[in-house]
Ligand binder design. Structure first.
Ligand SMILES: [Fe+2]
Length: 253
């Protein structure tokens, strides 16, 4: 089963007349002739174009959520594992644990809900995600400041907590863009030209944009992910240094 094509275990609960698993249109009446693909929806004559557009926007957000909600849950898990387990930090530990549990449950709901589900259900999932991830962003931001000022203890470098905060900000910015809102600037995402608004947008909606705007998004995405991946490489190289590995080995024996 490929979770990206919207064909999930829950599909039967939301059965639609359209047998094409790539069709996101809950009102489609094309039957076996349906030509929809994830990038191009057929715009079936019998359905309402406005409700199609709304559904397409929210499906684009859901497709981003299928990847990123899981990553958000993993961020909460490794913050939980990385905190120093002293009694004064119990509150942080409990908060990270709660985020990990709630985001894990949300991820299960996101991957078990097909794109053909009623628009209102998909919108509800998107809103719950935005609310929860905004809270996680606030938690990461506070923890970063406390780590940087040595008021909290963890084996996580402060910059890594800021790294996962930027990833969460980009994710929520993308979901907000599926609603037509611009809520992040480049500074929030840690890329040059800080005061310029960030164009981050679900990729399934790129086809609605003029070519110049797609180019602008491409530049932003390249700047964002080059920094993110260079930080991934940096953290991996820190963990794989021979003396660090030797310490792990000794602790494991
Ligand atoms: Fe990352």
């Amino acid at each position: 089963m490929n979770i990206y094509d919207g064909f999930s275990a829950n599909l039967r609960n939301y059965a639609t007349p359209c047998p094409n698993p790539y069709c996101y249109n809950p009102n489609c009446r094309c039957g076996y002739k349906c030509q929809c693909t994830p990038e191009r929806q057929c715009g079936c004559q019998e359905s309402n174009p406005e409700s199609n557009e709304l559904h397409e926007s929210v499906v684009a957000a859901i497709e981003e959520m299928r990847v990123w909600v899981r990553l958000m849950a993993e961020h909460a898990q490794f913050i939980r594992m990385g905190l120093d387990p002293n009694p004064e930090q119990e509150q942080f530990f409990r908060m990270a644990d709660q985020f990990a549990i709630q985001l894990g449950q949300l991820h299960n709901r996101v991957i078990s809900t097909p794109n053909t589900a009623p628009t209102s259900i998909l919108i509800q999932l998107r809103e719950q995600t935005i609310t929860l991830v905004n809270q996680l962003i606030q938690f990461k931001r506070t923890l970063f400041q406390l780590l940087e000022s040595c008021q909290a203890l963890a084996i996580l470098p402060a910059i890594l907590v800021d790294h996962v905060r930027r990833e969460a900000d980009r994710f929520v910015g993308t979901l907000e863009r599926s609603k037509g809102n611009i809520t992040r600037n480049r500074k929030t995402l840690g890329i040059p030209d800080g005061n310029v608004q960030a164009e981050t947008m679900p990729r399934l909606l790129y086809h609605r944009l003029p070519r110049e705007q797609v180019f602008k998004i491409g530049v932003e995405e390249t700047a964002f992910f080059s920094r993110i991946h260079s930080e991934h490489a940096h953290h991996l190289s820190m963990s794989f240094r021979p003396d660090v590995q030797e310490n792990y080995r000794r602790q494991a024996l």
